[in-house]
Write a protein that binds this ligand. Sequence first.
Ligand code: C2E
Ligand code: MG
Ligand code: MG
Ligand code: MG
Length: 288
Amino acid sequence: QGKRDGRGTYRVFESAMDEALKARARLEADLRVAIETGQIEPYYQPVVALPGQTVTGFEVLARWRHPEKGLLMPSTFISVAEETGMIGDLSYLILRRACLDARAWPGHLQLAVNIAPQQFQNPDLALRILAILTETGFQAHRLEVEITETAIVQDLEATRATLGALQALGVRVALDDFGTGYSSLYHLRELRFDKLKIDRSYVDSIGEGDERAKLVDAIIKLGSSLGLVTTAEGIETEASVDWLSNQGCDYGQGYLFGKPMPREEIDRRLDEGLLDTGPVEAPEIGPR
Ligand code: C2E
Ligand code: MG
Ligand code: MG
Ligand code: MG
């Protein structure tokens, strides 16, 4: 009796494993098709200069318009793309489309794109980006590349080389999700980033009296003393934007200012004058 139960449980487990493997294989195959057939689309989230609401540019975020499942978020496909080596094709496709879309927008607006750690280790990254900039006519100084510390941890020297190559083109490099994962002062000492993006987990509903306030304040001061511009991501409340502005945070991003939107929505808001696009002066990047 007991034996049969055990065997039955094993069969259930086996077929669940089977299903999971099949689902994963299907996802990988679908993603490959999605990349090839244009189902991966750029969405744009406004970045604003603090204090105020002036939009200085957009962060480009990938979305998958799946023929059956609808609009899928990066959490469902970015890690798959990374693990299968498709992330390069996906990110370059997003960058290329964003550069083309941005041609219709005011010429001083910036674009920020996310680049995966393994792409950053690739010595071809700067050349690939240069090729896309040249092809689309998008100026290097309007582009910012965002990387996470996972990239640095993998290979400091490769990161340093890519960072230098991008900056030599005039592209700025931001350290994304700062405060999570492997954050280390050593990385800031060893590598010359242009910007720190304070992770959303520190930012949401931040304000006086919050345990995290001292840390965020310290990050902003650290950034400015190293000549780095700071952006807070994930701002959702008026109170937190007031507090962050008072602490001297340079830029903000979050649902309070706008969720990630398709190109048509950005076009519409620009046409109807719903986005204040400045111009504002960019904060001076300090001496190196
Ligand atoms: P990220 O680069 O840190 O992007 C910020 C994420 O926070 C986005 O999630 C954005 O929608 C979300 N967010 C912004 N403001 C708020 C807010 O006020 N509240 C809340 N709850 N969330 C907010 P999303 O679009 O789901 O992207 C997740 C991550 O996927 C990104 O994190 C980035 O690491 C990665 N990713 C997205 N697109 C690409 C891409 O084209 N290439 C690569 N390599 N990675 C990408
Ligand atoms: Mg980012
Ligand atoms: Mg981020
Ligand atoms: Mg984040």
